[in-house]
Design a protein around this ligand. Structure first.
Ligand SMILES: Nc1ncnc2c1ncn2[C@@H]1O[C@H](COP(=O)(O)OP(=O)(O)OP(=O)(O)O)[C@@H](O)[C@H]1O
Ligand SMILES: [Mg+2]
Length: 381
């Protein structure tokens, strides 16, 4: 049996990854020309996948770099940050000898090495006596990378998270250490555009103008369409252009959602795929997501849910306080709309994007958006 070619993980291999050729080149060019990169896009569009695509390409071209990836989304402190980076380094080193050498360079503290019983990946634990010890250990970890026999690329995913580290100014601390490194190139990746942009373009912030920016957009529709057609064809399935157009339109060309629908269509269909198969796949997905949608509903107030449904009905809204929008969806007032939209953005349920004449608001999760738009009863008070 052929494996489903529509992957639901960030990266498997180049064959299952659509396009991003220009972006891959651009990041490699930044790396090989001594520039750090800031990579930004809304969630689930393909940033993490792109990082792995870049690493894979660098390996294929035999570029002399060690590539290290870490995701700091679960970190809430400088200790946790040091732990995640150290584990990523250890995971890359592989051999015990090298790991011992790495630990030897950490003079301020004695780390302990373990293995995560669930994933089998290395676990490093530290016990810090005070803040000074944390700071010096961070410096030593980065110092290790600086003295590494090869150049190093360190990708830090969900970088905006460092703003959640309580009262330490992690940006200032990191910047202080990073600016002296010559052997390490960084990729700072994040989905909170406002925070990321503030970090790197605000003259008052430590990372001001220290990196090259890359805003990842949606995949070009003709390229993605050709990719989808080809993947079905390689598995002996035919699909007409209208159906592909419908898939991309329905999922708003938002990579994860498009992949998920294609994956479902692939798993449910026979050799010839038509509109009916896609409708069945959509139904299957929406049914399987129903519990999660109910969960989200419980996380918001009645009035916020109503607002979310209104935005879904409109697809995208810019005039959030206009009389027309408020009266059409029976929203009590402009201030209520503004309050609700702010709460929904904070909860990452609504995505705010800059458009020609201001800000456009849409429901972040495309499946939820379609679900709400199709279920008008959610608008009833
Ligand atoms: N170029 C691509 N080709 C095929 N599928 C892709 C591509 N890019 C992303 N995907 C799909 O989209 C999903 C989301 O991608 P990824 O996790 O890289 O996004 P992200 O921007 O890092 O999201 P988040 O901000 O939530 O971490 C992947 O799991 C994969 O299914
Ligand atoms: Mg990601």
């Amino acid at each position: 049996m052929l494996e489903n070619p529509f992957i639901l993980e960030p990266f498997k291999s180049k064959a299952y990854f659509c396009d991003r050729e220009k972006e891959t080149e651009e990041i490699i060019r930044n790396i090989t020309n001594g520039r750090n990169t800031t990579l930004i896009s809304p969630r689930r569009l393909g940033k993490t996948g792109l990082i792995f695509r870049v690493f894979d390409e660098m390996k294929e071209r035999k570029l002399p770099y060690e590539t290290i990836y870490c995701d700091i989304s679960d970190t809430l402190s400088i200790e946790a940050f040091i732990k995640v980076i150290s584990e990523a380094v250890v995971g890359r080193l592989g051999k015990q000898q090298k790991i011992t050498a790495f630990f030897k360079t950490l003079k301020s503290v004695r780390p302990l090495l373990g293995i995560d019983p669930l994933t089998g990946s290395p676990q490093v634990s530290f016990t810090f006596a005070d803040d000074n010890q944390k700071q010096s250990t961070l410096k030593e970890v980065l110092g290790y990378l600086e003295s590494y026999p090869q150049m190093v690329v360190l990708a830090i995913d969900e970088f905006q998270q460092i703003r959640e580290y309580g009262d330490v100014n992690m940006e200032a601390i990191l910047r202080k250490h990073i600016q002296h490194l010559h052997n390490v190139r960084f990729i700072f990746c994040g989905s909170k555009k406002h925070t990321m942009t503030d970090m790197f373009t605000n003259a008052k912030k430590p990372f001001y103008e220290s990196t090259a920016f890359l805003y990842l957009s949606k995949l070009p529709i003709p390229v993605y369409s050709a990719f989808i057609k080809e993947k079905f064809a390689l598995a002996g399935k035919t699909i007409d252009d209208d159906s592909i157009g419908f898939i991309i339109e329905w999922t708003k060309d938002h990579t994860y959602y498009t992949q998920r629908l294609c994956n479902e269509v692939f798993s449910l269909s026979g050799e010839a795929i038509g509109r009916k198969d896609i409708v069945t796949a959509i139904q299957t997905i929406l049914d399987s997501e129903r519990d999660r949608f109910q969960e989200i509903r419980r996380l918001v107030t009645r009035s916020q849910w109503k607002m979310l449904a209104a935005i879904a009905m409109e697809d995208s809204v810019s005039q959030i306080t206009s009389a027309a929008f408020l009266s059409k969806y029976k929203i009590s007032s402009g201030p209520t709309a503004l309050r609700n939209i702010k709460a929904l953005i904070d909860k990452e349920l609504v995505l705010a994007t800059t458009i020609e004449n201001g800000t456009g608001y849409s429901v972040y999760n495309v499946f939820l958006s379609r679900f709400l738009a199709n279920n008008i009863q959610h608008l009833r008070p």
